[in-house]
Design a protein around this ligand. Structure first.
Ligand code: BES
Ligand code: MN
Ligand code: ZN
Length: 505
């Protein structure tokens, strides 16, 4: 039997194309996007083209249970002519969120088809049209190693039209790139850990750097030791697959010394068993996703040049596999991080903060950026605080930075909720043995954030704890069952606003 190659394949995305006017020859399937306000204006012309009264069709469908809530679908077969099927897809209130959902529904029903002609409301604004394109890409996501019935391929092409002569391809292109960042982050996080380890992640980053115009540097375990990355080394020590620190640099065309500079630091734990503080079976399942933050940083960096981000950005991915073994780090060990700060380990399962601490310290000492943002599936406790698939946790030492990130989260459909960083709880992570301790009683997400804060120095800093939005329980909205690749869309959206660091400092 032929062995499946484990070579990583970058995704083949659906083409999302704008069509001025109504197409003369459309696809065999036409989709009519229906909002709460009814049919798109072009539905009249489209209906004439198809020989169907679409107003009447909508009435009949509504009488038999269709309502235009976001993502709802109804199919109507045509028995003559080149078009064989009309699909009504609900767009709800027409918000970005609902149109992203509608886009995902279009992608799901388009699976296996070459092309869909899709009629949307005239004058839909850029943000919403972009969200629809994002949904088409994200709803197309597949990852399977099934050898039997692997499922239908991604829709080849979704052609959008509002019947007008407007030219709006650029808006769709941006939506496809943002959707692609989400797809890539999701693909990284979904890849099983027998395939991915820190070196694998470094190869993915290196390939993407070459194809998207970034500088890349990778530290192997020897270089990590030489430079004193004690946190990453300690967490990686128990694994036969050594840790890596990955640096990606994006410099916009025409950058000067006054161009704002942002550093992103991502948690790249390619598997989290808990280490010697071993997780129980139930808690360990899904920990292949513990590199979601690092994967999102890689996916984000890979989009910046194409989208013309106006700021300099460095992505730092702190990657290790957290395993128990005879060479593993222990509870009671004291670690010396990059730059010298010390941590007493009380729980080897609180490993994320140990690797991120090295990345933050490196950023402060070597890069001196205007802003640092770290991103991680850092704590289970954030899921207790914020529940599932509604909000990611946001911590920040700067109000403008918090607002800019929260705004980007709303636009991108990855909402954040700001959490406090009270100095009163700092005593919870104090120890006589070292500068701090890595685990403690009390509010777990806040103490984790306070631990990291000490490594960010005086630089405006935000911390995204996204465990609460890293895993979808089902194929719903623009998500598929499993890893969401949380954070990539929000970071890409934020860094491609006109002034990501406005008001900061
Ligand atoms: N990777 C986990 C956090 C996590 C848990 C993410 C569930 C997604 C789903 C992290 O490394 C961890 O184990 N955190 C511990 C910290 C504790 C030992 C202080 C936790 O949250 O239980
Ligand atoms: Mn852990
Ligand atoms: Zn972890």
């Amino acid at each position: 039997m032929a062995r499946r190659s484990s070579k990583f394949e970058f995704p083949t995305l659906p083409a999302v194309a704008w069509q001025p006017g109504l197409p003369v020859h459309g696809a065999a399937t036409w989709v009519i996007v229906v909002g709460e306000g009814g049919l798109p204006a072009a539905a009249k012309d489209a209906g004439e083209r198809l020989g169907v009264d679409l107003g009447r069709l909508l009435e009949v469908q509504q009488a038999t249970g269709f309502s235009p809530t976001a993502g709802a679908t109804a199919a109507y077969p045509l028995l003559t002519g080149e078009v064989t099927e009309i699909l009504l897809v609900g767009a709800g209130d027409g918000s970005g969120k609902d149109l992203r959902h509608a886009g995902a529904a279009i992608a799901r029903i388009g699976r296996g088809k070459d092309e869909l002609t899709t009629v949307v409301a005239e004058g839909i604004d850029d943000a919403r049209l972009q969200a629809l394109a994002e949904g088409v890409v994200l709803g197309s996501f597949t990852y399977t190693l099934k050898t039997v019935d692997p499922g239908k391929p991604v829709v080849g092409r979704v052609t959008l039209t509002d019947g007008s002569e407007a030219e709006r391809q650029a808006v769709l292109d941006r939506g496809v790139v943002i959707g692609r960042t989400g797809w890539l982050a999701r693909q990284f996080a979904t890849t099983p850990s027998n395939e991915k380890d820190p070196a694998w992640l470094a190869v993915r980053a290196t390939e993407l750097a070459a194809s998207t115009g970034l500088e890349v540097r990778v530290w192997d375990e020897k270089q990590l030791a030489a430079d004193g990355f004690g946190g990453i080394l300690a967490v990686g020590k128990g694994s036969a697959r050594p840790p890596r620190f990955i640096r990606l640099d994006y410099v916009p065309d025409g950058a000067t010394k006054d161009t704002p500079y942002v550093v992103l630091v991502g948690k790249g734990i390619t598997y989290d068993t808990g280490g010697l503080s071993l997780k129980p079976r139930e808690g360990m399942v899904s920990m292949k996703r513990d590199m979601t933050g690092g994967g999102s940083v890689i996916a984000t960096l890979a989009a910046l040049r194409e989208l013309g981000a106006p700021v300099k950005v460095t992505g730092l991915i702190c990657s290790a596999e957290n395993m128990p073994s005879g060479t593993a780090y222990r509870p009671d060990d004291v670690i010396r991080h990059y730059g010298g700060r010390t941590t007493e380990v009380k729980n080897t399962d609180a490993e994320g903060r140990l690797v991120l601490a090295d990345g933050l310290a490196y950023a402060v000492k070597e890069l001196k950026p205007d802003v640092i943002v770290d991103i991680a599936t850092l704590t289970g406790a954030i899921k207790v605080s914020l529940g599932s698939m509604l909000y990611g946790g946001l911590f920040a030492t700067d109000d403008a930075l918090a607002d800019n990130l929260a705004d980007a989260g709303r636009v991108a459909g990855e909402q954040l909720w700001r959490m406090p960083l009270p100095a009163e709880y700092e005593e919870l992570i104090a120890t006589p043995i070292a500068d701090s301790v890595n685990s403690s009683k009390g509010p777990g997400s806040i103490t984790a954030a306070l631990f990291l804060k000490a490594f960010a120095g005086d630089i405006p800093w935000a911390h995204l704890d996204l465990s609460s939005i890293a895993e979808s329980p089902a194929d719903r909205l623009e998500y598929s069952l499993g890893a969401t690749g949380a954070g990539a869309r929000l970071l890409t959206t934020w860094l491609t606003t006109p002034t990501p660091t406005s008001g900061v400092g």
